[in-house]
Design a protein around this ligand. Structure first.
Ligand code: HEC
Ligand code: HEC
Length: 495
């Protein structure tokens, strides 16, 4: 297919023109691949066992075919030639015979160079957008979301949420948007990222649906959210406000269940505490299980349909018409519905879930454990000791200090909440804590709070907590705390 950027982009593939015969999207059964444009309407490409010259009317000329030496299924008869690339020897003006590409990042060997500073992200003015932001809604925060690469084969195995082929994802945090629309913040590196703008209530008003990446030491900067491809906006008047100060730090959005994401940890405890009891008693409304909320939540569908489905903007997100702002459930989170009262944190937990495609799972494996409310970290592209993926410029040589102030309290739905004092940042910084129950490693969490949803009632147990720094070093364990979880309370906890 040919992508014609002279055609205005309607978000539903107006720019794409199919030039080959045969069905669309059948690469799995062969057909065409790896095009190399030679001119506006002439391409090298592969097709099954051959390399071809192809024109924009779909006419082709065979250039090369894999020799068929063995039987039909032998290895060389299955060999498919890929990536036809025209090459010719070139010399640089100074006689060197290969191009020197000046590196813009500090990856690999360059990590040790003295100019290496931690990567940052800057946006000049998020309000510059080709699809106007909803009137009256000021962007106050930018959310950075990590998409988690699929770790299991086959689509929807496992199904991550209501949306077909939805990817697992998690919020790495939010950073402020200045009055002039500018953003400047520390950057997670080596992760698949996308961005959302939030209003002062914390609800998303615009979202990117494709993704980008930041390398070590990179200064990634963008104009907005984004400019119309066919225009060149005026340069900013003076230095944007955010760039006059040090980069903002990523701020966590919820005390638990957001990083790593898990519906059973983030959302379910809120519904159990504030909604489920009355619905069951009154025998009215959904039972508040994940499945019961599908028609009240919001998601983009993955496989087939969305790219050409104008309802949700095709491949684009219609500002203000997605996530929590669009989901029916949001209207039930205020006192107007049977005098429901949520704390700001409870409200954020539910709206964050709705803004992130209303998924149930945050990882592709250990499904039962996730549903029981255990902390399960995704398999790929995530280090639990440095969950935001911030750069570690020099590895810490010493482990973090001992954790103190470990306390236990009762939690809604008869579980138990542990809290502790943050270990002061030093060296590479402390990002996570390791929880032990009866001496056995239970979970690695980010933040200073852990709700144990799997503790056995009426059975004494001990907890210990140890800090983890971004180099992955673990500090000494806290003094053990002995606790017994009763049905709706705690027996005296003693350090
Ligand atoms: C919250 C607003 C917003 C911000 C901020 C933003 N983007 Fe995007 N981005 C979008 C939207 C909207 C699209 C359109 C397609 C889509 O929905 O993904 C997009 C698309 C993209 C694409 C895919 C482009 C294509 O043609 O396929 C890339 C790459 C990208 N953005 C990179 C970045 C980078 C790099 C930054 C700055 C660090 C950035 N974005 C900041 C909203 C944003
Ligand atoms: C004090 C009782 C009570 C509480 C608390 C309560 N609800 Fe309801 N809910 C009801 C009743 C009764 C209905 C049936 C419709 C009606 O009368 O509003 C209902 C219906 C619903 C419906 C279905 C509405 C429809 O039209 O299909 C949703 C969604 C809902 N509630 C969400 C929630 C959420 C979310 C919470 C917690 C934040 C919650 N409810 C807390 C009593 C309650």
């Amino acid at each position: 297919m040919v992508l014609d950027v002279a055609v205005p982009d309607d978000g539903i593939v107006a720019q794409v023109k199919k030039i080959t015969s045969g069905p669309l999207f059948t690469d799995q059964t062969g057909e065409y691949g790896t095009p190399w444009p030679l001119a506006e309407d002439l391409f090298f490409c592969n097709h099954m066992g051959g390399l071809y010259l192809l024109d924009s009317a779909g006419q082709r000329e065979l250039l090369y075919a894999t020799p068929q030496t063995g039987s039909a299924n032998s290895a060389d008869s299955l060999m498919r030639p890929l990536y036809p690339t025209p090459l010719r020897p070139r010399k640089l003006a100074d006689g060197r015979d290969y191009p020197q590409v000046p590196p813009q990042t500090y990856a690999g060997e360059r990590a040790l160079l003295s100019g290496h500073k931690a990567a940052t992200i800057a946006v000049m003015n998020v309000k510059i957008a080709d699809m106007p932001l909803p009137p009256g809604l000021e962007p106050k925060w930018m959310r950075i979301v990590q998409l988690i690469p699929k770790a299991t084969p086959n689509g929807d195995n496992p199904r991550i949420g209501y949306g077909t082929q939805s990817l697992a994802r998690m919020s790495l945090g939010v950073v402020p948007v200045e009055q002039d629309g500018s953003v400047y913040c520390e950057a997670p590196v080596g992760k698949t990222l996308y961005f959302q703008l939030l209003d002062k209530q914390g609800l998303a008003i615009q979202s990117m649906r494709s993704a980008t990446y930041v390398h070590e030491g990179e200064r990634l900067s963008c104009l907005g959210c984004h400019e119309n491809k066919g225009t060149s906006p005026a340069p900013p008047q003076g230095t944007p406000l955010a760039l006059r100060r040090p980069p903002s730090k990523l701020q966590p959005e919820a005390s638990e269940g957001a990083l790593p994401f898990n519906w059973a940890r983030l959302v379910k405890p809120v519904l159990d505490a504030k909604c489920t009891g009355c619905h069951l008693k009154e025998k009215k409304g959904p039972d508040m299980s994940y499945g019961s909320l599908e028609n009240y939540a919001f998601c983009f569908q993955g496989a087939q349909g969305n790219f050409t489905a104008p309802r949700v903007g095709g491949s684009r997100t219609t500002p203000g018409k997605f996530g929590a702002r669009f989901a029916k459930l949001t209207a039930f989170l205020t006192a107007k519905h049977h005098d429901v009262r949520l704390t700001p944190e409870e409200y954020r937990r539910i709206t964050l879930w709705l803004d992130l495609n209303s998924n149930e799972l945050g990882a592709y494996t250990r499904i039962d454990e996730q549903r029981r409310g255990e902390v399960v970290w995704p398999e790929l592209d995530v280090e639990p000791w440095n969950p935001r993926g911030l750069e570690v410029l020099s590895k810490a040589s010493a482990p973090p200090k001992v954790v103190t102030g470990v306390r236990a309290g009762p939690a809604p739905s008869a579980t138990l909440v542990l809290t502790w004092d943050a270990v002061p940042e030093a060296g590479s910084g402390v990002d996570s804590y390791q929880i032990y129950r009866n001496g056995v490693k239970l979970a690695t969490v980010c933040g200073t709070r852990y709700t144990d949803l799997t503790v056995e009632k009426n059975k004494p147990c001990t907890y210990e907590v140890a800090a983890l720094n971004r180099s992955g070093l673990e500090g000494p364990r806290s003094a053990p705390l002995a606790v017994t979880a009763l049905n709706n309370a705690l027996a005296a906890a003693s350090p």
